[in-house]
Design a protein around this ligand. Structure first.
Ligand SMILES: NC(=O)c1ccc[n+]([C@@H]2O[C@H](COP(=O)([O-])OP(=O)(O)OC[C@H]3O[C@@H](n4cnc5c(N)ncnc54)[C@H](OP(=O)(O)O)[C@@H]3O)[C@@H](O)[C@H]2O)c1
Length: 338
C-alpha cells in the first residue's frame, strides 16, 4: 500500500531533509507533490532517482493527498493546514502554529508516541531543541523522576533556515577577507558570534525560543507543573544543536545508573568517554538520527543533581526524521484499522 504525499516547503532545509529521510526509510510514497514559493517555480527536486517539478500551493494541490508534511512558516501552516485537512489529508506540521493547542498532539515518538494511536488528523512536530532535550530527559524521568530542569542551548544556524545559513557564510567570507563584523548591528552577525536571542523577546524577558522549550517539554512529558528554565543562543555552527542540561531528580541516581538508562533508551547514543576525547559534538551528530548524550557528571551543588551535554542534528531528529517517524506511525495505524 502506498500513499499520496505532499511536502509544503519542500525546497527549504527541512523540506529537502524530509525527502532524504523518506527515501532512506523507504516510506510508502505513491504520488509525491512538492510545494514551495513562486521563487522555486520551474525548479525540480529528485526523489528516488526521479525529478519532481515544484509547484506553488493551491487548494487543488491537496486534493487526493493522504498525508501532508509541512515545513514552512507559521503563517503558511495556518493558511494551508485547514485546506489540506478539509480535503481529507492528515497533516504533520513543523511550525509552531498549532503546538500549544490542547487538542493537537505534540509528539516525539520515543517519548509520547502513544498519542498517535487515536490517529489524529493534525499532529505538531516540536521545536528542534525540545525534541533532543525530551529524548534525553525521558530515561531519567522514568528512572528517578524530574524535579527541575535547567537548559542552555547552543543552536546551529541551519535552525534558522536556508537564508540564515547563507548569511553566515557570506559574513564569514567577508570577515576572513578583512571586513569588520559589527557586533552591534541588527540583525546581529551570525559568523564568529554567539547571539542570546532566538525568535522574538517575550514580555516576561525570555525569548520565544526559550518559552517554546519550556511549554513543549512540559506538554510532551505530560508534566504541566515541571520546573524548567531555558537560555537559548545561536552559535556559528552549520548543523547540530548542543545543550548544557542540569537536572534535579526526585530520587537519587548515580552517574552509572543514568548512563545505563540512556544506553537502554530508544533514540539515544551515549558518547561519554571524555578521557579519550569522546563527547557529543555537532560535527559528530550531523547526519545522524540519534540524540548524543555525554559529559555526564554529578552536580556538586545539590543532592540528586546531574549535569550533562546533549547534541542532535536539528534538521534530522530535530525536524525531518521526527516528522517522518510520526508519519510512519500514522500510516501503521491507518493500515491496521483496515
Ligand atoms: N531548520 C530547522 O532546524 C528546523 C527545526 C525544526 C522546525 N523547523 C521549522 O520548520 C519550518 C521550515 O524551516 P526551514 O529551516 O526548512 O526553513 P527554510 O529553509 O527557510 O525553508 C522555507 C520553505 O518554505 C517555502 N516558502 C516560503 N514562502 C512560501 C510561500 N509563500 N508559499 C509556499 N512556500 C513558501 C520555501 O520555498 P522557497 O525555497 O521557494 O522560498 C522553503 O521551501 C519552519 O516553521 C521552522 O521553524 C525548522
Amino acid at each position: 500500500m502506498s500513499f499520496c504525499l505532499a511536502v509544503l516547503g519542500a525546497t527549504g532545509l527541512v523540506g529537502r531533509t524530509m525527502l532524504q529521510v523518506l527515501e532512506e526509510r523507504a516510506f510508502p510514497v505513491g504520488e509525491l507533490r512538492l510545494l514551495a514559493s513562486d521563487r522555486s517555480l520551474g525548479s525540480e527536486l529528485r526523489f528516488r532517482g526521479r525529478a519532481h517539478a515544484v509547484r506553488v500551493p493551491e487548494p487543488e494541490a491537496f486534493t487526493g493527498v493522504q498525508l501532508a508534511l509541512f515545513a514552512c512558516s507559521n503563517e503558511l501552516s495556518q493558511q494551508w493546514a485547514p485546506v489540506a485537512l478539509e480535503r481529507g489529508a492528515r497533516v504533520v506540521d513543523n511550525s509552531s502554529a498549532f503546538r500549544y493547542q490542547e487538542d493537537v498532539p505534540l509528539v516525539v515518538p520515543e517519548v509520547n508516541g502513544d498519542r498517535l494511536a487515536a490517529r489524529p488528523r493534525l499532529v505538531a512536530n516540536p521545536n528542534c531543541s525540545t525534541i533532543q532535550l525530551v529524548v534525553a530527559l525521558e530515561p531519567l524521568r522514568r528512572a528517578a523522576g524530574l524535579a527541575r530542569v535547567v537548559v542552555a542551548t547552543y543552536q546551529s544556524v541551519s535552525g534558522a533556515g536556508a537564508e540564515a545559513l547563507e548569511r553566515m557564510e557570506r559574513e564569514a567570507r567577508a570577515s576572513l577577507g578583512g571586513a569588520d563584523l559589527d557586533g552591534a548591528a541588527r540583525p546581529a552577525p551570525l559568523a564568529f558570534n554567539a547571539v542570546p536571542m532566538i525568535d522574538r523577546l517575550e514580555p516576561n524577558g525570555y525569548s520565544r525560543e526559550e518559552m517554546k522549550i519550556v511549554w513543549e517539554t512540559r506538554k510532551i512529558l505530560g508534566l504541566p507543573g515541571l520546573a524548567i528554565t531555558a537560555t537559548a543562543a545561536r552559535v556559528p555552527v552549520r548543523v547540530g544543536h548542543s545543550e548544557a542540561v542540569n537536572v534535579a531528580l526526585e530520587q537519587p541516581l548515580t552517574v552509572e545508573e543514568a548512563r545505563a538508562a540512556w544506553r537502554a533508551a530508544p533514540g539515544v547514543r551515549l558518547v561519554d568517554d571524555p578521557e579519550k576525547g569522546s563527547y557529543p559534538m555537532p560535527l559528530l551528530a550531523a547526519g545522524s538520527d540519534e540524540v548524543l548524550v555525554g559529559r555526564v557528571r554529578r552536580d556538586l551543588s545539590q543532592p540528586n543533581g546531574l549535569d550533562f551535554w546533549v547534541v542532535g542534528d536539528n534538521l534530522r531528529k530535530g525536524a525531518a526524521t521526527n516528522a517522518v517517524q510520526i508519519a510512519e506511525e500514522l500510516v501503521r495505524a491507518e493500515v491496521g484499522s483496515r
